[in-house]
Design a protein around this ligand. Structure first.
Ligand SMILES: NC(=O)c1ccc[n+]([C@@H]2O[C@H](COP(=O)([O-])OP(=O)(O)OC[C@H]3O[C@@H](n4cnc5c(N)ncnc54)[C@H](O)[C@@H]3O)[C@@H](O)[C@H]2O)c1
Length: 453
């Protein structure tokens, strides 16, 4: 696929004209100060665009205004710099929207209990901003969602609440986030950004806004193309991860190590991209977003078999890992029931503190159901907070990384391979390790101590 990338300069030359250019002084309101909204706010402020960060969570607003970060990979110093430079303020007050020319929405888009899309946060935000929106303002949705959310659902609530017409009285666009938390090489300002507008003028206005701060903008034909492209990116990951997870099981039965296979295959310089197996999917995106499309596809009588199959395979991985735990314990003459099992890594990916949808919870739940005494170690999640999904673990604390603690367990499962963990120590101290991430590949260990899963 050929994507034409436009540099910021090209875009400025291409679209800047007196009608569409934004007054920098007016600034931008970013709604939802989470993993997406906060780094985006910092990016704008770094480029000199004043940002009003709006969130319904009082405690986040207070911490931000005190120059304090609550996301591990975001430095508090950066927030303090923005504050000191007068470029950032957080608030819960939606009436402040009347003072800005652009609003970017970065609120959650989870699945409901029945695994249907829950766009209520987006719609609530639309309703909250509508009465305060000024004529000519721009609204951009960044939350991941199904095609049609921006130009149908969000548009409807804003039009109803503001009495204005999208594309005529205010501008509307969609631009998906491509944040890669925990990847030090991923810079928000450099990742190409897709932008789709309701009308050509909406697109121009949105490009003008992002062009102030981001280097590579990719204009696309419509909001729906941008929404669909974001889903394609995440479905692509989900399907490919499912493929290697399936191959992991098949190759393991044949006595072949999937990690060695992927390492070998990826030497092919074209037509192959490596994906790695694991204990299941985690995070706010890959386990959730594909099902936004599945749901929407039903409206058009279309099946989404790849998505469903990938979901099925990925969802079965924690049970596969627990099967390997049982095998390894059995080998030691022990049962899962009554054994002390330590799960290393609660966050869903390495080097971050985000444990939403983490497969570690599923692992811990399955092990507990089978009678194991389960604890976890994660330096980035010292204590498990209260959530609707994992209420039974709320208040549970990470164990300390000490020889006596590791030795007190019958088996350790490496669920997430944080770089800060000393895997040689783990090999030396643990009686048995079930490794779902190939974290033990480079360490010296006794034969039969490490079980891949
Ligand atoms: N986290 C990622 O890596 C990532 C990457 C790409 C896309 N996304 C998408 O971006 C969106 C946001 O994800 P996130 O990870 O930043 O979520 P998050 O939970 O970290 O942050 C969302 C924030 O929105 C706030 N919020 C909720 N409802 C609100 C409302 N009505 N008004 C104002 N604030 C409200 C919450 O208090 C929270 O601070 C989702 O659609 C997600 O799928 C996330």
């Amino acid at each position: 696929m050929l994507v034409r990338l436009f540099s910021t300069n090209t875009i400025h030359n291409h679209i800047m004209n007196p009608e569409t250019s934004l007054t920098v002084n007016a600034g931008v309101a970013v709604i939802g100060m989470g993993y997406v909204g906060l780094p985006l706010s910092l990016q704008f402020a770094k480029s000199g665009v004043p940002v009003l960060g709006i969130d319904i969570d009082d405690s986040k607003v207070t911490r931000l205004n005190n120059g304090e970060s609550y996301i591990r990979h975001i430095d508090s110093e950066k927030i303090r710099e923005m504050r000191a430079g007068g470029l950032f303020e957080a608030t819960t007050d939606f009436s402040r929207i009347s003072g800005v020319q652009a609003v970017i929405i970065c609120v959650p888009t989870p699945l409901s209990k029945n695994r249907d899309p829950d766009i209520s946060y987006v719609l609530e935000t639309g309703r909250a901003i509508a009465p305060h929106l000024t004529k000519g303002a721009l609204v951009v949705l960044e939350s991941t969602t199904y095609p049609g959310t921006t130009d149908e659902n969000l548009r409807e609530v804003i039009e109803a609440g503001s009495g204005m017409v999208a594309g005529k009285d205010f501008h509307l666009a969609y631009s998906p986030e491509r944040e890669d938390p925990g990847n030090p090489d991923s810079k928000v300002g450099e990742v190409p950004k897709l932008v789709g507008g309701l009308t050509p003028a909406c697109l121009e206005k949105a490009l003008a806004l992002y062009g102030k701060s981001l280097k590579n903008l990719v204009p696309v034909a419509s909001c729906r193309v941008a929404e669909a492209a974001k889903l394609l990116e995440n479905i692509f990951r989900s399907v490919n991860i499912a493929l290697v997870n399936e191959l992991k099981v098949v190759y393991a039965a044949m006595g072949i190590d999937i990690w060695e296979v992927v390492a070998a295959a990826k030497t092919k310089p074209f037509g192959f991209m490596p994906f790695y197996p694991g204990p299941g999917l985690g995070g706010h995106c890959i386990p959730i977003d594909p099902f936004y499309l599945t749901w929407k596809a039903r409206e058009f009588d279309c099946a989404t078999r790849f998505i469903e199959l990938a979901g099925e395979i990925n969802t079965s991985m924690p049970a596969y890992v627990v099967g390997r735990v049982a095998e390894a314990l059995n080998h030691l003459g022990k049962a899962v029931n009554g054994s002390r099992v330590l799960v290393v890594g609660l966050a869903y990916k390495p080097n971050v503190d985000d444990e939403r949808e983490s497969p570690s919870y599923r692992l811990m739940g399955l092990l507990k159901e089978r009678g194991a005494h389960v604890s976890y170690y994660d330096p980035y999640v010292p204590v498990i907070g209260m959530t609707r999904e994992h209420a039974e673990w709320a208040g549970t604390r990470s164990v300390e990384w000490e020889e006596s603690v590791i030795r007190s367990h019958d088996l350790v499962v490496v669920a997430t391979a944080h770089a800060c963990v000393d895997y040689q120590q783990l090999a030396d101290w643990a009686a048995c390790v079930v490794d779902t991430r190939n974290a033990m590949a480079g360490v010296k260990t006794a034969d039969g101590k490490v079980w891949k899963a």
